[in-house]
Design a protein around this ligand. Structure first.
Ligand code: BDR
Ligand code: CA
Length: 315
């Protein structure tokens, strides 16, 4: 069956796994049309995330993609970064030249607002791969756009895996819990890829060698990013590889059947110091709180890596 590609905005803080997600989207024009990429502070500060987003577009051979810089700090808190996972640049691993393609003028938040007002209602999907600061700021600044969003498919949170940046919280939600609360209470249909899914989407030797074996610049870079990114989770969890968190969002748009989940209520902890940023997910339906998210729990990891390898080989 033919279908027109879904229009998306990727909101991101690259990050090696963000990079792979962006490459997957740019390699899949029949499934997703990337209207723009909006950078946010997260894994590393904004000057690096917006630069990294442009490096990735150039690597994909798509310097015409529009990249905007957004918020440089969470709504109410000091920025927490993750150089201990992603390295000083956010994309540590291979050597990379500075990008030549320009950063777009204007703020990412205004791009999100203008795009949602310009495109027909319910035709634009937001894909947040980092802290939710840009999205929440857009919703606060222009409440009229909230009802126009088709869907938000995001990476963030955890239930069974609980947390990675703290014992209770996943990084993207923890960095800006107030922004996450705005998004989770917005009423926009949400699809959430938590750690419960991404910790099942692990690299292994064969999967990384499949990237390297592509013989392309993209294959080599993805393999080298993964080599770097893996060491943290392998040491921490004793796992064979690392979770490619953010590509799960794009893979869902291309092949939703790879994932299974439940329509449940998810609330964000914004008060407790101990459990700040926790996604309190009513997986077992023990409250009467209304469902606000399709919260994923399972992934066909082999199918996910087959898709990833097939698509990246096109670039
Ligand atoms: C998330 O945090 C970042 O480090 C990754 O890019 C991913 O978006 C995983 O917790
Ligand atoms: Ca990310």
């Amino acid at each position: 069956m033919t279908h027109s590609p879904r229009k998306i905005i990727i909101d991101t803080d690259p990050g090696q796994d963000d990079a792979v997600a962006i490459l997957l989207a740019l390699a899949s024009p029949e499934d997703v049309e990337v209207l723009g990429i909006t950078a946010v502070a997260g894994n590393v500060p904004l000057p690096l995330t917006q630069k990294n987003a442009r490096i990735i577009c150039e690597l994909a051979g798509k310097p015409q993609v529009r990249v905007f810089a957004g918020c440089d700090a969470p709504l109410k808190r000091k920025l927490v970064t993750a150089e201990h996972v992603h390295g000083k640049t956010g994309l540590d691993g291979p050597q990379m030249a500075d990008p030549v393609m320009p950063l777009q003028e204007g703020h990412a938040v205004d791009f999100i607002i203008d795009t949602l007002r310009r495109e027909p209602a319910h035709t634009v999907t937001l894909c947040p791969l980092g802290p939710l600061t840009n999205i929440a700021t857009a919703f606060q600044k222009a409440p009229d756009i909230v009802g126009r969003v088709q869907q938000i498919v995001l990476m963030g949170g955890a239930y069974f895996e609980v947390g990675n940046i703290t014992p209770a919280a996943e990084f993207n939600i923890y960095v800006d819990p107030e922004a996450a609360e705005i998004v989770f209470k917005s009423g926009v249909p949400l699809v959430v890829m938590p750690l419960d899914v991404t910790h099942k989407a692990l690299t292994n030797r064969a999967r990384v060698e499949a990237f390297r074996g592509m013989g392309s610049e993209v294959g080599r870079m993805v393999a080298e990013w993964t080599d770097f990114f893996e060491r943290f989770d392998m040491q921490k969890y004793g796992s064979e590889g690392a979770p490619l968190h953010d590509p799960c969002v794009i893979a869902y748009l291309i092949k939703p059947d790879l994932f299974t989940g439940r329509h449940i209520n998810v609330e964000i902890e914004t008060q407790s110091e101990l459990t700040l940023g926790m996604t309190v997910a009513d997986w077992w339906g023990v409250t009467k709180r209304p469902a606000n998210a399709l919260f994923m729990g399972g992934v066909d990891a082999a199918g996910f890596y087959t898709l990833l390898t097939e698509r990246l080989a096109r670039l």
